[in-house]
Design a protein around this ligand. Structure first.
Ligand SMILES: O=C(O)CCC(=O)C(=O)O
Length: 239
């Protein structure tokens, strides 16, 4: 079954006025459930149910995870994606790997503010103009996080053969210090974080990878400095 991931880089919207998640506790590889208090400015937030955030922390790893949408809401967004998104093709659907242009092993498209582009792996992906349902999601995520988002990169994994290889989201286009918000739809699939010091042949320390199962309708916030130290990967899944 298909999986979509809508991924946005953020910039801070509000000055902190209390209510920020406490990221100072290093609960290494331990997930703790907590209620994240709402910020004062968010009184008009249109989400009625209380959200149950889970903090996932490790050495320089700081993520917040929440089941943001009900099954019905997530199904509707999934359908809207299927009906409305037009994925990149041709050169925009390729990346450079060791000097060679290869097809991206998934479908991909970006939407965002006028003139924005996202450079990665040798390619520059321009943002298409926002669609209504995407701005609804964007504004919802701004309401609950306090961060503005001006761009979304959408990955569609049609089945277990589609994937995204190990990478760091540390591109220059992303605003330093701001979280990346990642909304997942469809069949749950693990996102695996590996610390840069414990990868491959040149590993100099043993740090356990951190697996996060991304459920239908869930939101993962990857907070600073996670993407400076950890590589993320969505492996080939169940076929
Ligand atoms: O598919 C995902 O969950 C993550 C996508 C991702 O890491 C990326 O687009 O850089």
């Amino acid at each position: 079954m298909e999986t979509f991931v809508l991924k946005s880089g953020g910039k801070r919207r509000y000055e902190a006025s209390g209510g920020e998640a406490d990221t100072s506790k290093d609960r290494t590889h331990e997930a703790a459930t907590e209620h994240r208090p709402k910020k004062k400015q968010l009184a008009s937030c249109r989400t009625a149910p209380t959200l149950h955030w889970t903090k996932i922390a490790g050495e320089n790893l700081d993520c917040d995870y929440v089941k943001l949408y009900s099954k019905k809401e997530a199904d509707d967004i999934f359908l809207a994606c299927e009906r409305s998104l037009i994925y990149n093709s041709g050169h925009l659907a390729k990346v450079q790997l060791f000097g060679k242009w290869v097809d991206i092993p998934r479908k991909q498209v970006a939407y965002g503010n006028d003139g924005l582009t996202y450079k990665f792996s040798g390619n520059t992906v321009p943002a298409k103009p926002w669609l209504h349902f995407l701005t609804d999601i964007r504004d919802h995520i701004t309401n609950i996080t306090g961060f503005d988002f001006n761009f979304v990169l959408i990955n569609r994994y049609k089945d277990g053969f589609d994937y995204i290889g190990e990478h760091k989201d540390d591109e220059k286009d992303l605003m330093k210090g701001c979280p990346i918000a990642s909304l997942s739809l469809g069949q749950p699939r693990d996102f695996i974080f590996r610390h840069q010091d414990s990868r491959g042949k040149n590993a100099c320390r043993k740090i356990e990878p951190v697996n996060i199962e991304l459920e239908h309708g869930s939101l993962l916030l990857m907070n600073h400095p996670t993407n400076q130290f950890w590589y993320g990967e969505k492996d080939v899944g169940d076929i």
